[in-house]
Design a protein around this ligand. Sequence first.
Ligand SMILES: Cc1cc2nc3c(=O)[nH]c(=O)nc-3n(C[C@H](O)[C@H](O)[C@H](O)COP(=O)(O)OP(=O)(O)OC[C@H]3O[C@@H](n4cnc5c(N)ncnc54)[C@H](O)[C@@H]3O)c2cc1C
Length: 469
Amino acid sequence: MNSNDSILIIGAGLCGSLLALRLAQRGFKVDIFESRPDLRKVDIDAGRSINLALSDRGFRALRMCKVDHLAKEICIPMYGRLVHDREGNTFESSYSGRKGEYINSISRSDLNGILLTEADKHERVDIHFNQYCQRVDIENNVAFFQDAETKKIYTVEADVVIGSDGAGSSLRKSYYAERKFLFSFSQNFLNHGYKELEIPADANGKHQIDTTFLHIWPRGDYMLIALPNQDGSFTVTLFLSFDEGKYNFNNLTSNKAVIQFFEEEFPDALRVIPNIIEEFNNNPTATLGTVKCHPWYYRDKTLLIGDAAHAIVPFYGQGMNASFEDVVVFDSILDQNLGSWEEVFRTYQKVRKQNTDAIADLAIDNFYEMRDHVANPLFKEKRKIEMDLEEHFPDVYFSKYSMVTFREDVSYHEAMVRGRAQDKALLNLIADQEVSTSLNMTKEELEIVLDKINEETEEILREDKIAGL
Ligand SMILES: Cc1cc2nc3c(=O)[nH]c(=O)nc-3n(C[C@H](O)[C@H](O)[C@H](O)COP(=O)(O)OP(=O)(O)OC[C@H]3O[C@@H](n4cnc5c(N)ncnc54)[C@H](O)[C@@H]3O)c2cc1C
């Protein structure tokens, strides 16, 4: 392997464009083929998670590529969740007890545009839009493309082909179809899908609800969330079962039923979504799934990265962050000068796979947490203790959420194992009434609680190890 090797990247989404930028910064010649038009020129957002939560792992990758300052300019900080009940009452649930820790709402297309522009600045990067990859001949490193305008089908050869073409990856399908090696693949859909709606800006172009929070309307069977956009609007996402429960996508088939559903469940949100009927009827309903597969590479020829290798459900706000972290990990393995692409791919997969499996599982856990638990008194009590501990012992205590979201130095796997044990320990202590939030605890009292949590966490970790978990 050397820097004259030609690299073909399929998919110029968030991961593909960041990877192209990084590889170009390292001196490689990169060609990216993207099925859609150039999103900097054509509006192709409709119905496709318009904004995303960007957190520390994602920022680390942007910093590595020296584009973090550009992303920061378009970020809106969100310091916690604002939970709305059916009566329209709200309560706050901070993301962290430490000062200066927050997540950011960012426009998918603006961020993607920044990455494309920065990658484009490199002479050895060529981006080809409207080119759909049909399949890859993985034995010969030949990709088959169709031009969206001319409909012409043609082939492109490269030394290395990298599939960053998202959850429906053409490269991954080619692995599956060719089965030249043992290829495991699983795709698990939730019974819930999602639909995006909008809270528009007010008459003065201002946001109608507080921008410093991620808003959430948890209702057990369904849930609404809203993230702010820079133009004064909020993107609202409804998560709802396709066919279960009193209300579901399959039975909300009349305007009357939609209004009734929102009036009963989300009356305060309904008041600020004026085009509910039009949006509900016209915006697509999309599925939510987890993709896991193995191996991610074939010999020294091809590699899957980002959602193509590990698509996850969006409830931890980590899919993009994880895909960006992929680029950081891949880059660090290139630094090791392993000599061959195959060795690079093998090492990358070895380091990365257990972490992306972990965040996939954590994201499913968070689906239940957001939908069912955030408004639960026990959960609120637990979060209050966690916030107090983080505030008073900022360098010592990190909740599971903080480890996943704000600690890019802690792997997802470690965050999952330690975070789950810590959660269990704290819930046990609350259940046994060994800690209580009824009174505001002093720092000394909190220190005793911290010691108990740590002791119990270590005990749980020891037991898990013995049980082989
Ligand atoms: C509703 C929702 C909310 C989300 N919220 C968050 C969040 O808050 N925070 C977060 O970190 N993550 C979030 N995610 C996850 C995030 O969107 C993905 O993890 C991220 O987009 C993955 O980037 P990617 O580049 O790997 O894939 P994608 O962004 O899907 O990009 C793939 C690219 O490949 C192109 N492509 C596809 N097929 C082909 C083909 N055959 N030929 C050529 N090109 C092709 C596509 O057009 C696209 O440009 C969310 C996802 C959803 C669905």
